[in-house]
Structure formats: structure tokens, C-alpha cells
Design a protein around this ligand. Structure first.
Ligand code: C2O
Ligand code: CU
Ligand code: CU
Length: 547
């Protein structure tokens, strides 16, 4: 299949005018277009203004954990079955009442599922496609052979099945899975197909056992996704996908769901909690913070635990990125509450494509803007207990997760691999490309030696931020615009939010297991589906037959 899909932009589209402004086709400067309206405060110091007074009315759903079908969770073998199906009725709870939305889910589960497995486990994942279109399950963030990776080159047809099998051989990390069929990824994820996959290892288990990380019911997955719903008809509100001209720039909704509910609450005790925070939105970026401005401690990024936990008072997350944070309620009293919010973006923050400063208008038809302040969820302190957790200070240098790859020793040092992300404008059309090319299912774009360490230079030459994602392995950031990585950028990652006009250099080591063809792409799924994606081949052979 070729990717000749072009994006229709109406002349009045807000993004179109911004893009044109950025391209000199419009005399208004981007900053004029970004002028802040009174109703959407931008100054991050006025955090009170970012939260609404709507009370939280529903309890946070805890995502269901699947159990190993072989009945033995300690035999280093694990089997799970995931059946994708349409028409699963899901009750969406919001502070303004609830409704039913038919969604696409795995195993008929109203909620996204969680798989938790151990490093070293031999996994068998049986996938049944009961959709009416091709699908796959892509294992996002996994270091596994290309043919098990669930890319679009191994589609599973409707009513067909595939067994994915691979060994988990990478550090404890908050990974996930989702469909990755050609040009349908955005739609299938949006309709509700995505799940959480937690890998545990000896280090993560020891940190839990020695009370250096909260565990059990103080270890909670928070899956954040925005959605847009049609008007109610007989108690049902359908999901809307690509119903607005601007949706092809990145599908944004006006309802932010956490584990399936809008602005839910979690009852907590006066202790420390570990939240595994997943941004699995199609396109939305967040700037997470707490409404009282308190600090939290980041202990993991996409690819695993951070050697030295980092204290922050806010964190930006692009689509597909994950972090694990420790939130401390020890100083709180029973009756207190705390909100997790997403702060409004600053003027030049995240680029004009995020339209941080624009106000909503009627044209938006329920789209929110990236960068609008939003309440994410609430914590209600209901119980006083004595805390027994002392967060670890460092992970031993000997651990794989602690290693820093040395750019000077990269096999392509001095001749770094270049990935330039641009948005091309034609007459009334726009395309999203990497290195000037739209995705071609019959073309390998990059050839990488097996068993090599490479530096990649990710450059964003477009007016909006793009979360660049690459399959196959976990990577480290070397620098951003020449400034050496620090803070959470020191963690292993598979997805990198690259700001307009920014260059992020990353480094990764391809292992013998990585033989074959993998994807790199923007994880704004509408950009990916429109062709902002390519193949890289590790080693000499792969599945893609080039014409
Ligand atoms: Cu999460 Cu190629 O994807
Ligand atoms: Cu992936
Ligand atoms: Cu993009």
C-alpha cells in the first residue's frame, strides 16, 4: 500500500494559518496568532487558574491485571491471549454524568488491560483479530526480534490469529502495547486498543522488598488519554475520530480520561505512592504538575529505572511517553485533597503547532488545544498511616540500567544518522515527512549494522513538537541543541519529544537479536498514519522485499 494520503486543510483552519504564518505566507507573526486570551491563563505561576472547581465524582478505576494462562507465575514462561473486538460497551464516568460509549477493546474488557511479567520470561502472546480490518500488536519499547515486533509488515487479517513469542531480556520498565497496522494505527488506538506491559527484574523487586519503592496498592498505573465524544443519543455517545478538518494534524479530544474516567479521584493514605504515568493519547502533550506546586520524584522513564531519582515540580510528556513518579502524601492530613493537573504551555513552549495561547472558539467543535490547562485527577487523603518507604538514592553502577553509552565509541561517530522531521505544504495539502520522504511499505530507509552502537540526530524542522519514536531497543539522549542531557533526559527512552527547531541526539546499541526491519516514526499517530514513518534494517536481512 502506498501512502499518498494528503491532508486537506481548509483555508480557515487555525493550524493552517499558523503554518502559513510560519512559512511567511501570512503577515501575522506566529506570536501574534498566539496571543493569550483571558480565559486560558498561560503564566505557569498562576496555577490556581489552571484548575476548575468541578468536583471529582468517580473513583479511579484500577486497571485489571491479566493472569498467566499457564497458571504458574514463577516458571519463567508466560502465556496470554488478547482478542481485539469492536462494540464493547464502556461506561464513561465524568463529573458531568456518565454515558455509554462503544469502544474497541481486548478481551471484552471495559478497561485497558495490564500484563506484568519478569525479565527472563519466555512470552507467548496469542492475538486474535476479531476486528473488520487488519491489525497487529506492537510491543512498544521492547527489545525483541523484528518479526515479533508487530509492525505493519506482519498484518493479522480479520478473523485470523498470530502468536507472538519472545523472551523478555531488558530491565524493569513501563512498556505498553497497541495495534500498528498500515495507516490504521491512530484509529485503532483511539477506538480503545492499547494495554500496559510492566517488566519487573531483580532490581525492581529488591527495591520493592527493601521498601525503597512503594508496591502493591501503592503502585498504580495511570493511563492518560484524551477523547472526543459525539452528542448523546439514547444514552450513548460515540467516539468521534477525524471529524474535524484539523484532526489530521493530530487527533485531540476535549475529555481527558485517566483509566477510562474523566477527572477521577483516588483515596490515599499519608504515605508515598508510585504512579506509573502513561501518556497514551494519540497526539496530546501534557505538562503534568500538582495544583499546590509540590515536587515529586521521577524514578523511571520509558526504558526503566533512573539511576538517581530526580525531583521535579512539573514534567512534559509527549504522546507515547511514560514516567514513574513517587508522590509523597506524608505531610498531608486526612481530609486534604490534591489535584494532578496539566499546566498551560508558555508562549514559545512546545511550538506554535501546540497553539498554547489560543482560545477555544466555535470552530473547534470540541477539540481542545494542546497546552490548555486541564484537571487530570484528584487524590483524597482519607487515612493516616506511618510511612515505611525510603526512596532509593542510586542504583549500582554495575546494573545494566545504570550504564551510559559513550558517544565517542559509537560506530558512526563523526557520521551521525540524520532524521529531519518536516511538514510540507502544497496547494491546500500538507504532508508530514521524515528526511523529505513519506512512508513507503516497500522501502528500507536506513541500513544499520548488526551489533553496532549508533548516534541518531533528530531534528525538528517544523513548527510543532513531534514525539519521535524508534522500535528495536531503548536509547539514551546525548544532548539537546548541544546541551548535554540532564534530569529525566538521563533515563532510557524510546520516545523523544523534539521541539520546533530543536535537534536531539540519541544513542543506542543494536544487539544480535535486532536482526530485521523496524519502524521509526512520529508518535502523533495521525502523523504516523499520514506517512511520518520509515523502516530501518538492522543487519543484512529483513522481511521487506524491495522492488
Ligand atoms: Cu508505539 Cu511504532 O509505536
Ligand atoms: Cu513502538
Ligand atoms: Cu508528528
Amino acid at each position: 500500500m502506498t501512502h499518498k494520503k494528503k491532508i486537506n486543510l481548509v483555508a480557515t483552519s487555525l493550524l493552517a494559518s499558523l503554518i502559513l504564518a510560519g512559512c511567511g505566507g501570512n503577515s501575522n507573526s506566529p506570536s501574534n496568532n498566539m496571543t493569550q486570551s483571558d480565559s486560558t491563563p498561560q503564566n505557569s505561576s498562576s496555577i490556581e487558574n489552571t484548575v476548575s472547581s468541578t468536583p471529582s465524582t468517580s473513583s479511579l478505576h484500577i486497571l485489571p491485571m491479566m493472569s498467566d494462562e499457564d497458571g504458574n507465575s514463577s516458571d519463567a514462561k508466560a502465556t496470554y491471549t488478547l482478542t481485539a473486538q469492536k462494540g464493547v460497551d464502556v461506561t464513561i464516568e465524568t463529573p458531568n454524568g456518565s454515558w455509554v460509549t462503544p469502544m474497541w477493546r481486548y478481551n471484552n474488557s471495559p478497561l485497558p488491560l495490564v500484563i506484568r511479567a519478569n525479565r527472563g520470561d519466555e512470552m507467548t502472546l496469542n492475538f486474535n483479530n476479531q476486528l473488520t480490518s487488519d491489525s497487529t500488536i506492537h510491543w512498544h519499547g521492547f527489545k525483541i526480534p523484528a518479526k515479533e515486533d508487530g509492525g505493519p509488515d506482519f498484518p493479522v487479517k480479520p478473523n485470523e490469529s498470530k502468536a507472538y513469542s519472545f523472551k523478555l531480556d531488558q530491565p524493569a520498565s513501563p512498556l505498553w502495547f497497541h495495534p500498528h497496522p498500515d495507516m490504521q494505527t491512530g484509529k485503532q488506538v483511539y477506538m480503545g486498543l492499547a494495554g500496559v506491559f510492566l517488566i519487573e527484574d531483580n532490581i525492581s523487586k529488591e527495591l520493592e522488598q527493601t521498601k525503597q519503592l512503594p508496591s502493591g496498592d501503592r503502585d498504580v498505573v495511570l493511563l492518560v488519554q484524551d477523547r472526543r465524544f459525539a452528542k448523546e443519543k439514547d444514552g450513548v455517545r460515540e467516539l468521534q475520530y477525524m471529524t474535524h478538518d484539523m484532526d489530521s494534524d493530530g487527533m485531540l479530544g476535549d475529555v481527558v480520561l485517566v483509566n477510562g474516567s474523566q477527572f477521577p479521584n483516588l483515596e490515599v493514605s499519608t504515605t508515598q505512592y508510585r504512579f506509573r504515568l502513561y501518556n497514551v493519547s494519540n497526539a496530546k502533550n501534557y505538562d503534568f504538575a500538582f495544583d499546590d506546586g509540590r515536587e515529586f520524584t521521577v524514578v523511571a522513564t520509558d526504558g526503566g529505572l533512573i539511576k538517581n531519582p530526580i525531583k521535579l515540580d512539573h514534567i512534559k510528556m509527549g504522546a507515547a511517553q511514560r514516567v514513574e513518579i513517587i508522590v509523597d502524601f506524608r505531610e498531608d492530613s486526612v481530609g486534604d485533597s490534591l489535584k494532578l493537573i496539566s499546566r498551560p504551555f508558555e508562549d514559545d513552549d512546545m511550538g506554535m503547532g501546540n497553539m498554547g495561547g489560543m482560545s477555544q472558539d466555535d470552530d473547534m467543535e470540541g477539540r481542545t488545544i494542546n497546552g490548555t490547562a486541564v484537571d487530570i485527577m484528584e487524590f483524597k487523603v482519607t487515612k493516616a498511616i506511618t510511612d515505611d518507604i525510603t526512596i532509593y538514592k542510586t542504583i549500582t553502577d554495575k546494573a545494566e540500567i545504570s550504564k551510559r553509552l559513550n558517544p565517542a565509541l559509537a560506530d558512526n561517530a563523526g557520521d551521525e544518522r540524520e532524521f529531519v522531521m518536516t511538514m510540507n505544504m502544497g496547494r491546500g495539502t500538507m504532508s508530514f515527512v521524515i528526511n523529505g520522504k513519506e512512508f513507503d511499505a516497500n522501502r528500507i530507509d536506513e541500513f544499520i549494522d548488526a551489533n553496532s552502537t549508533e548516534i541518531w540526530r533528530l531534528t525538528n524542522d517544523s513548527p510543532m513538537a513531534h514525539p519521535f519514536h524508534a522500535h528495536a531497543i531503548q536509547y539514551q539522549i546525548i544532548d539537546r541543541d548541544g546541551v548535554p542531557a540532564s534530569g529525566v533526559d538521563l533515563g532510557w527512552k524510546d520516545t523523544f519529544l523534539v521541539q520546533p527547531n530543536e535537534t536531539v541526539r540519541i544513542i543506542g546499541r543494536f544487539e544480535p537479536i535486532n536482526q530485521g526491519d523496524y519502524m521509526y516514526h512520529c508518535h502523533i499517530l495521525e502523523h504516523e498514519d499520514a506517512g511520518m514513518m520509515g523502516y530501518f534494517r538492522v543487519g543484512n536481512t529483513g522481511n521487506i522485499q524491495m522492488p
